[in-house]
Design a protein around this ligand. Structure first.
Ligand code: UDX
Length: 438
């Protein structure tokens, strides 16, 4: 088996590397020459734990290669995966499919013999039909099938998620294409991963329905957290209490500053637009989008309150700016709302993130960046934790207190114990848990 993976973004690069680890020959293609040149030197375009080693091993094993030459890669492939970006289209919130369609046209021109074209990018319902049309118009006699095979991996645990998924969804009614896909995923079949064959449109919708459901689950617990603060209840105990009910499930019930990242914000919005277009509005998801956007802004207010009602002229130390730990991704990170709002209120921000600072420097101007957690908090009026990197979980509280001008900590990820913070003499604010007076 030989596959071509078009696009070396998060999904393309991780999926390509993982398929090669399964023993398939993979050629990853990207138009960006600098990116491909770097990949030839084993320099990854993203930070993802374990990815550099995986790529290195499979390149030296002769199963994985990188090129800018789409034609050659497609010609030789039994299956061609489209894993290009589907960003939010400016102006209307729909997914921008121009990269997908451009890839489809190029693939059509290059393919040789029966080829399965697999959409791995997250695409609105009906995109597979459109891709099929483009290919058919370009190559009326070609033998091919277009399959939807959404990817559910999470950043930061992408390799494990790909290698041990909860399920694989494959949308095609062509038995010939099903057989090719079955072969590609055979290693997962061996570990008894459910492989779900559906119609193509259904498969496209499954991906959006999964992401929007999870975004709604997070938003639900975030609103319950707000209510907990008002009524004196503890959101962590509420999460546990409801999550133990098998019908609800305990995952994705961590209250926090609002979801961000490369998928949830873009996919919730895109599904809302699709639903409106088909005159079948998803009011729940419309509200989720609105509540999450407001929440990120509200988090700055929480910091201001913790600082006694004003941050004007104050020095605020921030730990973590990436949208989640174990990634350098800043896309739609809550920090992009919180930090500018604090700056507008007059605060001077000093910050540290273990991996995301290079990208963050471009997006967050006038921030003083530091090399480690302790250097960040020196002389600050308050410490704010925005992202729950492991290295922020066990700070030396005595040292933190000595370094800070005032012992104020705002923990937007609930990674500290309230009693411990009280005993250490901190004014500690968190999410959805009653305050213990010092
Ligand atoms: C998500 C989906 O999980 C994945 O299946 C899909 O393929 C891509 O989108 P990702 O964005 O990488 O993955 O990260 P995820 O771990 O899902 O977190 C998304 C956002 O939700 C983050 O901002 C995270 O902090 C937040 N989150 C997640 C919470 O606030 N609470 C939770 O309980 C879980």
């Amino acid at each position: 088996m030989r596959i071509a993976m078009i696009g070396t973004g998060y999904v393309g690069l991780v999926s390509g590397a993982c398929f090669s680890e399964f023993g398939t020959n993979v050629t990853c293609v990207d138009k960006d020459e600098t990116k491909i040149a770097k990949l030839h030197e084993n320099i990854m375009p993203i930070f993802e734990p374990g990815l550099d080693k995986l790529v290195e091993n499979n390149v030296s094993g002769g199963r994985l290669e990188f090129t800018t030459d789409l034609t050659e890669a497609v010609k030789a492939a039994d299956a061609v995966f489209i894993a290009v970006g589907t960003p939010t289209r400016r102006g209307d919130g729909h997914a921008d499919l121009s990269y997908v369609y451009a890839a489809a046209k190029e693939i059509a021109e290059a393919m040789d013999g029966y080829t399965v074209i697999v959409n791995k990018s997250t695409v609105p319902v009906g995109t597979g039909d459109e891709v099929e049309k483009i290919i058919r118009e370009t190559r009326p006699d070609a033998e091919f099938d277009v399959v939807s095979n959404p990817e559910f991996l999470r950043e930061g645990s992408a390799i494990e998620d790909f290698m041990r998924p909860d399920r694989v969804v494959i949308g095609t009614e062509s038995e010939r294409a099903q057989e090719v896909m079955r072969q590609l995923y055979r290693p997962l079949h061996l570990i008894e991963t459910p492989i779900l064959f559906t119609q193509r449109r259904t498969s496209e919708l499954i991906k959006y329905a999964a992401n929007t459901f999870l975004a709604a689950k997070i938003t639900f617990i975030n609103e319950i957290a707000d209510l907990c603060e008002k009524v004196g209840a503890d959101v962590q105990a509420v999460s546990k209490g409801i999550g133990l009910d098998g019908r609800i499930g305990k995952k994705f019930l961590h209250a926090g500053p609002g979801y961000g990242g490369s998928c949830f914000p873009k996919d919730t919005l895109a599904l809302v637009r699709t639903a409106q277009q088909f005159d079948s509005p998803l009011k729940i998801i419309e509200t989720v989008v609105e509540v999450n956007a407001e929440r990120k802004k509200k988090m700055a207010q929480k910091v201001i309150e913790a600082c006694g009602g004003s941050v004007d002229g104050k020095r605020i130390a921030v730990l973590g700016v990436a949208f989640k730990p174990n990634t350098d991704d800043m896309r739609d990170s809550p920090s992009l709302d919180i930090i500018p709002a604090l700056q507008s209120a007059g605060a001077n921000i000093v910050a540290f993130d273990p991996e995301a600072m290079t990208e963050a420097k471009e997006l967050l101007p006038n921030v003083e960046w530091k090399e480690n957690s302790y250097a960040t908090m020196e002389g600050a009026d308050a410490l704010v934790i925005i992202t729950e990197w492991n290295e922020f979980r066990l700070l030396d509280l005595k040292r933190v207190k000595e370094l800070l001008k005032a012992p104020v900590m705002v923990d937007l990820r609930n990674i500290y114990n309230r009693q411990e913070m009280k005993d250490a003499g901190f004014e500690y604010s968190c999410i959805g848990r009653p305050k213990l007076e010092v």
